[in-house]
Design a protein around this ligand. Sequence first.
Ligand SMILES: O=C(O)[C@H](O)[C@@H](O)[C@H](O)[C@H](O)COP(=O)(O)O
Length: 260
Amino acid sequence: MASYSANTKREKKVFDTEDDVAKAMAEYTFNLSKKFCKKRGYFTIVLSGGDLVLWLKKLLVPEYADTEWSKWHVFWVDERVVPLDDKDSNYKQTLDSFLSEVPIPTSNIYAIDQNCAALGDAKGAAILYEECIKRLVNQNIIRTYKSSGFPQFDLQLLGMGPDGHMASLFPGHYQIKEKASLVTYITNSPKLPPKRITFTLPVINCASYNLMAVCGEAQADAVAKVFNDDFNLPSARLSADTQAIWYLDKAAASELPKCL
Ligand SMILES: O=C(O)[C@H](O)[C@@H](O)[C@H](O)[C@H](O)COP(=O)(O)O
């Protein structure tokens, strides 16, 4: 796990358009799926909400038809604590746009507890999601990060908000400091809806591969702050065990100094 210091080196690729970012993200995902399915028979992938939900459709092309979908295990890095059939649910949005189009076994898709979701019980949803992850670690479906015992996911696909949040870790909110739990929750999220669960920073940064995909001029200021080591922004703290890489379109990268 990277330590934080000024002039953190951040790997990035800048693409002309959002569509190019989405296509490159699909290729990155496909290649890691091949790698991990071959290596251990499973591919544990963690998704975000937001624009990413639509970008996943780039995997639904003949080029990736031989993806070993049955070996995928799908999680969310954060989730809104709303009923699973609510339009704001990351699970529902991803099911409608992507998961319903690929033969991933339903039992390999890990939504938050539906009762807690329906009741808006963010604390309960976080506790049960953490228990679900620990169970899968015990079944050796999810690996662990060296000696820490923290779960190590193969790939996380992340997004960043204009305030520099990632997952549901928001600037100025205490959840970014949580180091013991795997999953925590927020009930006053600055990004609506207000109730969410989220992986904690240690879990996010234990992942083998983290791909942060950011598009649009609205994020350009936050991108520039991240690349200038403004650690008040949770996204500036992103690292990974093997590779953390930023995929930006030109608009999101527009405030970066050319030398970066
Ligand atoms: O549940 C969520 O709201 C998302 O997980 C959130 O963390 C998202 O990744 C960022 O807000 C970026 O969202 P956009 O991609 O829509 O800008």
